[in-house]
Ligand binder design. Sequence first.
Ligand SMILES: NC(=O)CC[C@H](N)C(=O)O
Length: 253
Amino acid sequence: MNMAVGVLALQGSFNEHIAALRRLGVKGVEIRKPEELDNVSSLIIPGGESTTMAKLAELHNLFPALREFVKLGKPVWGTCAGLIFLANKAYGQKTGGQELIGGIDCTVHRNYFGSQLQSFEAELSVPVVVSKEGGPETFRGIFIRAPAVLEVGPEVEVLAEYPVPSTNVLYSSSGVQIQEENGVPENKVIVALKQGNLLATAFHPELTADTRWHSYFLKMASEAGEGTSSSIVPVSGNLSYEEKQRIDLPIYQ
Ligand SMILES: NC(=O)CC[C@H](N)C(=O)O
């Protein structure tokens, strides 16, 4: 049985993820209902606005199915708001908080880099996506009202960090200086991480023409599917009108 990559399609940049998968010849399936998760073997949670996305997920009764998906060890990648969904703990929530899926043993600050106006782009050093056969040595990260990860547990693999002025150093509720406590240099925050089959990036690879992060996730997904009956579904045949429109989405270079 072949299985496709699901993309949570409640809000945010899900079309852009589907377009990036399509560029790699892989079919992305929009997920809006819990039962639709049965048809996919891996999932991408796009960037957007995590409170809105969480409210919509609640409305569609998606949280139990999403948590089960994670619990079963199926690969999930969250970009930006998607990272917030996958964190076990979040700061900077609206009153009353929002539901999270959880799974990555980390604490995320929802709007660490400030408001929409403080959005920025930066070249990141990301050894896991750099090809040994050459090509660019960095990845251009697009940070839009981006979160950052401030604390990680021992099972988390840090894939990329971003330097910040030491005045940005945050303290936990108990007054402990978070970065120092975890041995992370005081002037860096975590912007890409992995725990088992869960991957998270604070920036938006789906808004660039660079598909290296999507390839990395597809590799994770196919490795997780090895020995089982599921594998990634290639897209074949001509593009439908809808798919063509997606591929033609503007790409931020
Ligand atoms: N671009 C994004 O996904 C922004 C996420 C945003 N900080 C939030 O809380 O939802």
